[in-house]
Design a protein. Structure first.
Lengths: 373, 194, 361
C-alpha cells in the first residue's frame, strides 16, 4: 500500500530565480499553493563592506558605499559624505548642496522607476517595465554627462563634488522633467489602475503600521502603511527644509492601508514629489561657487563618533562612524533600510499564495547589494 | 450584486484603457524608440570638457591610460587606489644620470621599471587621476583625449589580458642607465612581483 | 479535400479499387503533412509577429539581426527560422531524476492535441481534412488533450516548479473548457448543427440590414458569448493574463522548465498551434468562418481561404495584444473569473439565446 504524503513541501526560490531581485534565496514551506513559512537566506552578495572600510581612508570608501545600493548610488554617497562632513565640521558651499539635492532626487526617481518596473514584472506586466527603463535611461544620461559614469558615480565627495555641473545640464534636466511628468499618468493608466493589478496587489501583504514600526521598516514601505515619516521632512538634513513637497502616505485606496498597492502608489507619488523638488532646486541653483572649494586637504576627522541617517529611496540609511583621529575610520556601520524591509517578509507574506510571495517581495523593493553588503 | 456588476465593468474599462495605451505605442512605431542597434549604432558619448585643463579634458570614464613618458614614479596613484589595481616599481638612477623631463618640465628622478594596471580589478572611481602631479594617468577620454580614442569595449577572452602594462623601458636600457661607472652593469629581475 | 474524397479519388484510378487499408494510410499521411506544415508556418509567423509587435508596443525594435535587408537584416525576418535551427541543433538534456519515458512522451502528447484538432478546421469551402458531423464537438474534446501533455511534462520533469505549473495548468484548462463549450452551445442552438462546415454555411447572408450574418452579430447573447469564448480560449492556451502555468516571474518556466532543444520546440509549436486552433474555432463559430464580410462578394474558394486566414490572424493578434498589456492573474482569481463570472454568464447566454430564437429570431 502506498502512503499518501501530505507534508509541507519545502521549495527553494532562488538564488537563481527571475524575480528575487538579485541573489536572494527564500526557503519557502508550501502546502499546495499556500505558503506557511518563508526564511530568507542572504549573504550571496556579501563583500565585507564594513570590514573593508576599516582599512581604507575615508575618501576611498565612497566607491564602496556606491556599490551597496547600486540602484541609488547618489543617495548612498550623499548619506556617507554628509555623515563624515558632520564629523569633521565641514560646511559645503550652497551650490554643492543644491547639486547634491538635484542628483539625489533624480536618482530617487530612477530608483523608484526600477522598483515599480520590476514590481510590474513580478505581477506579470512586461510593458510598463520597459517604459520605465526607457525613462530611467534618460536620468542615467544626465548623470553620465555630469560625472562620466552611469551607475556607480563616486560623485559626492567629502566636502564637495567630483565635478561641477556641465554646461547645458540645467536645460537638459528641465527638459527631462517636462517630458517625465506626463509619463507618470501613462504608467498609472497602464499598471496602477489596471483591475488585474489591483486584484493582485490590493489587500495583499498588508503591513500594519505597528508591525512596520516594530520591525524598523522605513522609507516608502513605512509610508505605505500610513505612517508619515520622511527624514527629509522630519529631520531635514542638508537643505531639504528649503523645499516645498508633500510626504505621500498610503491611504488604502484599493484595499487595506499598507497593502502592496499602497506601497506601489507611495513610490509613484514620491516620483512626482521628487520632480517638484528637482524643479525648485534647479530654479534656486546659485550660479557661482566652486564645488572643490571646501574639499579638505586631508580627511582626518577628530576623535569621536557620529550616527547620521538620510532618506534614500529605500528608507533610512544610517552611517555610524567611529574615528580614532587617523585617516582611516575605526569602524563604519551601515544601517540598511532594505535589510529591515526583507526581515518583515515572513511576517506579512506567510499565509499567502506562492504567486503573492513574489509580489510582496517585489513591493518591498529590496536591493541585495545593500542587504548583504 | 451591484458590486459584482461594478467589478466586471471596472475590469473591462481599465483593461481597455491599458490596451489603448499599448496600441498607441504600437501605432507610432519608432517614435520615442530608444533601442540602438549596438555594434552598428552607438550612443553619442558625452563630450564634456571639464577638469584640470578645460580645453582637453573629457568626462568619460572608460579605460585607464598612462602616458609613461610623463610618469615620475611618485606612487600617488597607487596610494589613492581603493582596490590596489595599480602596481609600480621604480629604480633609482645614479646621481647625474639624465633620464629626461616630463611634459610639465619636471625632472625625472626615478626609472619606472614596472607600471601595471589590472583593469579587471579597477572599479572606475577615477580616484587615481586626481592626485597625479604630472597628469599622466587618466581614464581615456582624459587630458589627452585627442591622442587616445575612447575605448569602452576592451573585453578580452582571458582575464590575464586585462592586465595592461605601460612601462616601456627595456632591461638593456635599465642596465645602461643604472650602471655606475666603476661597477658591473646589473639588471634587476624583470617583473619582480608575481 | 477530405480523407474520404481522397480515397475515392485514388480508387477511381485503379480498376479493382485497391487495398483500402493502404489507401487510407496513404491519404491520411498525405493530408497530415500539410496540417503539420500549417502548424510549423503558423509558429514561425506568429512568433515573429509576437516579437515584433511586442517590441513596437514597448518602444523597442525587436529582432533585427537575421534575414535580408540593409544592415544584415533590417527587419529580422528570418529570426524565427534561425531560432528553429538553433533549437534543432541544441543539446537535448533529460534530467537524471526525471521519469525518462514520460519525459520523452510529454511534448508529443501535447503536440498531438493541437495536431488532430486542426483536422476538423475548415480552411475554406473545400479545404479540410475531415468534415465530421460532430466537428465542433470533436475539436472541443481533443483540444483538452494538451492538458495531458502538460501534466505528463510537469510530473516527469521531477521538478517542483514544473509540478506547480502542471497542476495549475490542469485546473485552469479543465475549468475554462466549460465556459468555452457553453458559449459555443449558444451558437449551436441557432445553427442546429455540429458540423464545422454546417456552422459556417449557416452564417451566410446579411443580418440587421447591413451586417454579415455571423453568429457574433446574430443577437446580443451570441455577441456576449463570443467574448466569453475568446477569454476562455485565451485561458485555455495559457496566455497572459492567464499564463499562470508558465508564469515566468513565479514558476521560472512552469511545466517546461526542464525541457530544452527539440522537445521544448515541440511545446512551443503546440502552444502556437493551440492558439491557431482556438482562433479558428472562434472564427468558424462566431465570425463566419470563410464567409466574406460583405455578403455575396468575393466568395470563391481562394477568397474563402483569405477571409478565414485573415480573421484568424486578427484573433491571434488580439491575443498577442493582450499578452503585452496585462499583468497576470493569481490562481484563485483565475478560478473566480471562470466559475463566478464566465460560467454564470455563459449559462444565462444559452437561456437567452434559446428565448431569442424562440420568440424573435
Amino acid at each position: 500500500m502506498g502512503v499518501i504524503h501530505n507534508d509541507e513541501m519545502v521549495l527553494n526560490i532562488g538564488p537563481q530565480h527571475p524575480s528575487t531581485h538579485g541573489v536572494l534565496r527564500l526557503k519557502v514551506k508550501t502546502d499546495g499553493e499556500i505558503v506557511s513559512d518563508i526564511q530568507p537566506v542572504i549573504g550571496y552578495l556579501h563583500r565585507c563592506f564594513e570590514k573593508h572600510c576599516e582599512n581604507l581612508p575615508y575618501e576611498q570608501i565612497i566607491p564602496f558605499v556606491d556599490r551597496c545600493d547600486y540602484i541609488a548610488s547618489m543617495n548612498n554617497g550623499f548619506g556617507y559624505v554628509t555623515t563624515v562632513e558632520e564629523l569633521m565640521g565641514i560646511q559645503v558651499p550652497e551650490r554643492v548642496e543644491y547639486i547634491r539635492i538635484i542628483m539625489a532626487e533624480l536618482n530617487r526617481i530612477a530608483s523608484h522607476l526600477l522598483a515599480l518596473g520590476t514590481f510590474g514584472l513580478d505581477v506579470g506586466a512586461f510593458t510598463p517595465f520597459l517604459y520605465m527603463f526607457r525613462d530611467r535611461e534618460r536620468i542615467l544620461d544626465l548623470f553620465e554627462i555630469t560625472c562620466g559614469a552611469r551607475l556607480l558615480y563616486n560623485y559626492m565627495w567629502i566636502g564637495g563634488l567630483s565635478h561641477d555641473l556641465p554646461v547645458g545640464f540645467v536645460e537638459s534636466a528641465y527638459e527631462f522633467l517636462d517630458y517625465f511628468e506626463p509619463q507618470l499618468k501613462e504608467y498609472h493608466d497602464l499598471l496602477a489602475y489596471n483591475k488585474i493589478f489591483i486584484e493582485r496587489t490590493g489587500d495583499v501583504g498588508v503591513l500594519p503600521p505597528e508591525v512596520a514600526v516594530s520591525y524598523g521598516v522605513t522609507g516608502p514601505n513605512l509610508r505605505g502603511s500610513g505612517v508619515k515619516w520622511d527624514l527629509r521632512k522630519n529631520e531635514p538634513y542638508s537643505i531639504y527644509d528649503r523645499f516645498e513637497f508633500d510626504v505621500p502616505v498610503g491611504e488604502g485606496e484599493m484595499g487595506t492601508v499598507g497593502d502592496c498597492w499602497d506601497r506601489y502608489w507611495v513610490r509613484a507619488l514620491e516620483m512626482a514629489q521628487s520632480v517638484k523638488i528637482v524643479r525648485q532646486a534647479l530654479d534656486q541653483l546659485p550660479n557661482d561657487g566652486n564645488v572643490h572649494e571646501s574639499l579638505p586637504k586631508k580627511v582626518r576627522p577628530p576623535k569621536g563618533s557620529i550616527y547620521q541617517r538620510t532618506e534614500t529611496p529605500r528608507g533610512d540609511l544610517g552611517f555610524y562612524i567611529i574615528s580614532d583621529g587617523s585617516n582611516v575610520p575605526l569602524r563604519v556601520k551601515m544601517r540598511s533600510p532594505a535589510f529591515t524591509a526583507l526581515s518583515v517578509l515572513n511576517e506579512i507574506a506567510s499565509g499567502w499564495m506562492l504567486s503573492d510571495i513574489l509580489v510582496i517581495l517585489g513591493s518591498l523593493d529590496i536591493v541585495l547589494g545593500e542587504i548583504d553588503r | 450584486m451591484s458590486k459584482y456588476i461594478v467589478n466586471i465593468w471596472q475590469s473591462v474599462s481599465t483593461l481597455l484603457i491599458g490596451m489603448g495605451i499599448t496600441i498607441r505605442h504600437l501605432i507610432r512605431i519608432r517614435k520615442g524608440n530608444v533601442t540602438l542597434q549596438y555594434p552598428k549604432e552607438k550612443w553619442p558619448q558625452p563630450q564634456r570638457k571639464i577638469g584640470f585643463d578645460p580645453k582637453v579634458y573629457n568626462i568619460i570614464r572608460s579605460k585607464l591610460h598612462v602616458d609613461i613618458d610623463d610618469c615620475i614614479g611618485c606612487l600617488k596613484c597607487v596610494r589613492a587606489c581603493p582596490v590596489d589595481c595599480i602596481t609600480i616599481e621604480t629604480l633609482k638612477v645614479p646621481k647625474g644620470t639624465d633620464i629626461g623631463m616630463t611634459s610639465n618640465n619636471t625632472t625625472k628622478r626615478l626609472l619606472v621599471k614596472r607600471f601595471d594596471i589590472d583593469m579587471s580589478e579597477c572599479l572606475y572611481c577615477n580616484l587615481c587621476v586626481y592626485p597625479c602631479p604630472e597628469e599622466c594617468i587618466y581614464m581615456t577620454g582624459g587630458p589627452n583625449s585627442e591622442k587616445k580614442t575612447i575605448d569602452y569595449e576592451f573585453s578580452k577572452y582571458d582575464r590575464s589580458e586585462l592586465l595592461f602594462t605601460f612601462a616601456k623601458i627595456t632591461e638593456k636600457e635599465i642596465a645602461e642607465l643604472t650602471a655606475e661607472p666603476n661597477e658591473l652593469p646589473h639588471a634587476d629581475e624583470p617583473g619582480g612581483e608575481a | 479535400m477530405t480523407v474520404d474524397a481522397l480515397i475515392r479519388w485514388f480508387q477511381s484510378w485503379t480498376a479493382s479499387g485497391g487495398n483500402i487499408t493502404f489507401l487510407l494510410i496513404l491519404s491520411v499521411i498525405l493530408l497530415a503533412l500539410p496540417v503539420f506544415l500549417i502548424m510549423a508556418v503558423n509558429a514561425l509567423v506568429a512568433v515573429y509577429a509576437e516579437r515584433k509587435l511586442s517590441a513596437f508596443m514597448q518602444d523597442r525594435v525587436g529582432p533585427m539581426g537575421q534575414g535580408p535587408g540593409f544592415h544584415a537584416g533590417k527587419w529580422g525576418i528570418f529570426q524565427t527560422v534561425a531560432d528553429a535551427i538553433k533549437l534543432l541543433l541544441k543539446e537535448d538534456i533529460i534530467p537524471e531524476a526525471a521519469d525518462r519515458k514520460l519525459f520523452i512522451l510529454a511534448p508529443y502528447v501535447m503536440f498531438l492535441g493541437a495536431f488532430i484538432a486542426l483536422a476538423a478546421v475548415p480552411f475554406n469551402q473545400k479545404l479540410l481534412v475531415a468534415d465530421m458531423n460532430i466537428g465542433i464537438f470533436y475539436i472541443v474534446a481533443v483540444g483538452s488533450l494538451s492538458v495531458l501533455g502538460i501534466l505528463l511534462a510537469g510530473w516527469a520533469s521531477n521538478n517542483k516548479w514544473s509540478l506547480y505549473g502542471a497542476m495549475r495548468s490542469a485546473a485552469q484548462i479543465v475549468s475554462y473548457e466549460i465556459p468555452a463549450a457553453l458559449s459555443i452551445i449558444a451558437v449551436i442552438l441557432l445553427t442546429g448543427t455540429l458540423s464545422m462546415q454546417g456552422i459556417v454555411q449557416s452564417q451566410a447572408g446579411v443580418i440587421w440590414g447591413f451586417l454579415p450574418n455571423w453568429a457574433v452579430f446574430n443577437n446580443p447573447f451570441t455577441f456576449l458569448a463570443f467574448f466569453i469564448y475568446f477569454i476562455s480560449s485565451v485561458a485555455e492556451v495559457n496566455r497572459t493574463p492567464f499564463d499562470i502555468p508558465e508564469a515566468e516571474s513565479e514558476l521560472v518556466a512552469g511545466f517546461h522548465t526542464e525541457y530544452s532543444g527539440l522537445r521544448w520546440a515541440f511545446f512551443f509549436l503546440s502552444e502556437y498551434a493551440n492558439m491557431l486552433v482556438v482562433s479558428a474555432v472562434a472564427v468558424v463559430v462566431f465570425l463566419g468562418g470563410w464567409q466574406s464580410p460583405i455578403a455575396g462578394v468575393m466568395t470563391s474558394a481562394w477568397w474563402g481561404l483569405f477571409w478565414f486566414l485573415g480573421k484568424v490572424t486578427i484573433v491571434i493578434l488580439i491575443m498577442i495584444w493582450f499578452r503585452w498589456t496585462f499583468p497576470r492573474l493569481r490562481v484563485d482569481q483565475l478560478m473566480n473569473v471562470c466559475w463566478k463570472v464566465l460560467l454564470p454568464i455563459a449559462l444565462l447566454n444559452i437561456f437567452g439565446t434559446g428565448l431569442w430564437s424562440l420568440f424573435i429570431g
